[in-house]
Design a binder for this molecule. Structure first.
Ligand code: GUN
Length: 285
């Protein structure tokens, strides 16, 4: 039987309606409009698309959106001055520095400069540390969206074998931590993992964040698994995931498509993180 589809578009639309309603409440009760600032250094075409989608998402949800475009040759001190300005701006509740930054810039130092309470990416060391230690911090958007989709299956995650392929700070590591928090037994695989398929074939939940089109084939998947495809790869002008979707559909019980899967959820979770940051600020008074 073919796997059931976890539809990121449908889930995002529902969540964005709820976010829009909470934005209205915040305006009514506190006169606060959630604000997101995105800093884009240089003109990477993929980043340009993400940034435009973020602006559109904010406006549709009734949020304030600000994009700071800086030239590719921007110096570290100028980038940090801009972050400091946004840290002080009371209309801005979330700050996102679009990655990757040009090579000459210090990414870790830039991320550390963002106030942890405005770090809607969840990349600040304090938020990463809270995720690791069980505190209530900001959760990175893509893994948060992926976990939400897994939860929509209604499957009890406790004691399940979860395998994540990819160990990036943006997806793989936080995803592994989130699944651990849900009481899964987690294996984190990566480019140096030996006998990868032996790990993936044990997975009740398989998350692919590899960056290679069609990397996960049907023989790597346990029958009945939940398969979450985080990949966004451009092949001959088309967007393809890390999973061989057509073949894996015949093996998995649930699967996310690409496009229309996890990617749709990332910006939705960014809006959610921005809304929650604004709500915390408003309630603190
Ligand atoms: N580049 C690719 N994904 C992301 C993300 O989630 N956040 C930021 N800041 N940059 C990215």
């Amino acid at each position: 039987m073919a796997a059931q589809i976890l539809d990121g578009k449908v889930m995002s639309e529902k969540l964005r309606r709820e976010i829009g309603e909470r934005v209205l409440c915040l305006k009514r009760e506190y006169g606060v409009v959630p604000g997101l600032a995105v800093i884009l250094v240089g003109n990477d075409p993929a980043s340009e698309i993400y940034v435009r989608n973020k602006e559109k998402g904010c406006l549709e949800a009734g949020m304030h959106s600000e994009t700071v475009r800086m030239p590719a040759e921007t110096q570290q001190e100028d980038l940090e001055r801009e972050i400091d300005r946004l840290n002080r701006d009371p209309r801005i509740h979330g700050i996102l520095v679009q990655l990757p930054l040009p090579e000459h810039l210090d990414e870790a130092a830039a991320l550390a400069r963002i106030l942890p309470e405005k770090d809607v990416d969840g990349f600040h060391l304090l938020n990463a540390g809270k995720l690791m230690t069980g505190g209530e911090g900001v959760i990175p958007c893509t893994p948060r969206g992926a976990l939400y989709m897994i939860q929509q299956t209604g499957v009890d995650l406790t004691g399940k074998e979860a395998v994540v392929i990819g160990r990036s700070n943006i997806v793989g590591k936080p995803m592994a931590m989130l699944l651990l928090r849900e009481n899964c037994t987690v294996t984190l695989c990566h480019s140096r993992t030996k006998q990868l398929a032996e790990h993936t074939r044990r997975a009740d939940i398989l998350v692919a964040a590899v960056g290679r089109a069609g990397f996960v084939t049907a023989d790597m998947v346990k029958p009945g698994a939940i398969v979450i495809d985080v990949g966004i790869n451009r092949v001959d002008g088309k967007v393809r995931g890390d999973v061989d979707f057509d073949a894996v559909c015949g093996v998995a019980s649930w699967i996310t498509p690409v496009p229309g899967g996890v990617g749709k959820m990332t910006i939705t979770m960014l809006l959610q993180n921005t809304l929650e940051a604004a709500e915390r600020t408003a309630r603190r008074g």
